[in-house]
Design a protein around this ligand. Sequence first.
Ligand code: ADP
Ligand code: ZN
Ligand code: ZN
Length: 819
Amino acid sequence: MPLLADVAVPVPLSQAFTYEVPAALAAEVRPGARVLCEFHRRKLLGVVLSVSERSTAIDPSRIKPLAALVDARPALPAELLSFLQELAAYYFAPIGEVLRLALPAIEREQVRALKAQGELDGVLDLGRAKQVGGRKVAFARATDAIEEPGTLRGQAAALLALLRANGEQPVARLEERFGNARSALKKLAERGLVALDEREPPRDPFFRLAEARDVPPELNAAQAEAAARLEAALAAAAGEGEPRAGAPHEPRPAGPSAFLLFGVTGSGKTEVYLRAIKSCLERGRGALVMVPEIALTPQLVARFRARFGDELAVLHSGLSDADRHAMWSSLHGGKVRVAIGARSALFAPVPDLGLILVDEEHDGSFKQEEGVRYHARDMALLRAHRAGAVCVLGSATPSIESVALVRRGKLTELRLPDRAHREASLPEVTLVDLRRFGAGPSGDPLISLPLHRALEKTLAAKEQAILFLNRRGFAPSVVCGSCGTLTTCDACSVALTYHRGRRRDAPAGAIAAGAGAPPPAGAAATPPPAAGAPGAGSLEERPQGGRLRCHYCDYAGPLPERCAACGSRTLLLEGLGTERLEATIAASFPEARVARLDRDVAGKDRSQAILARMREGKIDILVGTQMVTKGHDLPNVTLVGVVNADAALGLPDFRAAERGFQLLVQVAGRAGRRDRPGRVLIQTRNPEHPAIAFAAAHDVPGFLDREIRDREEVGYPPATRLALLRIDAVDEGVGRGAAAKLAAHARTCPEGLARRVEVLGPSAAPIARLRGRYRFRVLLRARERGPLRGTLAALAGLLRDGLDRNARVIIDVDPVAML
Ligand code: ADP
Ligand code: ZN
Ligand code: ZN
């Protein structure tokens, strides 16, 4: 029988293809390795899924041999490979595209080897593939060996002491401090006290500064209890007390191994994570930490480095290809056992994965909103389960989904009910009803008198304030003064936002929006202005300069001269964006140092720089969007103002209340994190709205209870399961037709007929047009997962056979963005 390999190739098809393994490669071709194979007369880079000796129904003369092996050692370890296959099946995503999420770049050496074999002629995608590798840097670390007392002196002794205290260091860094580092290290290495090795260097900004080792604080009772439970779970998962059976990646019988760490803001969740990682490492297993946006969490990375040294792979979008690959190979090779990163870190080749931590698990950025639409939190649970690893989801505002898992017994809840710093308490929250309070001294109706006074008090006490506003730009809408027409994007059915851009008197920290980057995938986008949203005062006079920008596509253009509908020249700027809030605050508090943090100012390093200045006390008032709500620990912030709490609550999305609530609690959590008591002012026109009322009372469980009941009533997740078919087309009729066909098919497939799956639609999407394409959707809803999957499988079949070339259809399982 021939030796056959199933190979996934990077084409948007779900199945794998069968190739023969030539005798010369038989010993080396293994699952997870990349190979070159011929596919429709082209050579493609594929990944071996499985290898077996078997007979096949396919005509043997039609089975082609593999052309060449690229990876001597499989690029995807078995644990990761099988997880990726399951992920592809769960999301009905093409396996080739899913594998691409996890594959490393090709090393130049590999390319050279293939060239030498003459295999690269006519290969399309390898030539274009990113190539990395080559440069190596020496690292030194102390071994466990002990020197004879009194045998070391001078630099050698000092070097050894440094390495023992701070862990591994690049030799170059040591040479900066010790003139004779090289010869001293050589001497130490000869005596077995120091190990030297060469590897690809991390040149990542996160590693620029050496981090002094910290002293772990003594845990409080709640932290200690949580840490002990995790320790026990890690011990059980590692099979302690019983013989370790099976391959390392096989699920091990264990007690509860998935947890929800529900701790109020500032309760010291990070310390619990650090202890869990330590326990995991002590068992020789690796750990993976996922955070929403790593650019916003340099402090968190610093805390990890302070505890574990540089033996940490930090994966983020700012890495160069070479750095990313260096991180990847240090994990893959088992040199580094801890990875930390945003959503895509889910695919890090952490060796013998024993623990996955998902910090701020409620965060929307864990859902990838393009390409393979996976949810990194859900998949973290899956990967951990399959790997026999412990999974911890942490949050001060857990997602409704996670709370539902706790109630169904799938997650064990661990609670941290109090702030970790003994003196710190949760801030006092005051609701400011905007229907009763008019504009304060600034004249701007969205800076009420109470907010104005609170800012004055904070400044007088030399403390810091954060003002949160959910909308970027200067004015969220441009309205015709004569006919009331809203200026919208030509390509999208959303209002354009006016951005004033660079001003001469711009305070330090604010930089011009310029040509503007589109919001990154998965980032919480600024919502389109909801009809009837409370607007701030309009500006009467026509502004000079500035641009109109669409927050959904890349469009940026000048403010038009006239209304497109009636030709009137009176265009009014309405509503308040962060840019204008910053200008108003700067004008009202001339003595204050004001800065802004939102996507317009936050280039790669900018957000870190702004947060650093905030921490150093060089900013008095920080104005910003969601970016200011993320877990920053800023000790001197005593006032948080939520400028317009209603902005997020009116969206046509069943999660609007949940998301609004999370934002409010998270931003409020930035206040009073040390001895000075914090204060939060929430401005709203809906003080009775449950999201606002529960947030004001710090009543997270109360909100969760109510929201879960509400979802049950209206039949939305977690009471049901959803899949969203997203259809779009340049031609409106084509899109509508394709949507109708899909809906009809869903209704007539067995699950649909049996009414085990409800088909809602087709309907136009809430944002009916985006980037020039008309958007439609069909929503599938079911109580059980099985029937929903049955329907999706039927639809996937329809799509495979080709529905309409001009319509694009995306299956979004467990959708998050409903717009
Ligand atoms: P969270 O992630 O839950 O918001 P952090 O982990 O950032 O909270 O902790 C908040 C603050 O409390 C940090 O400054 C942290 O160093 C400190 N902290 C955490 N645990 C302890 C402890 N056991 N004793 C003293 N301080 C602690
Ligand atoms: Zn008009
Ligand atoms: Zn647009």
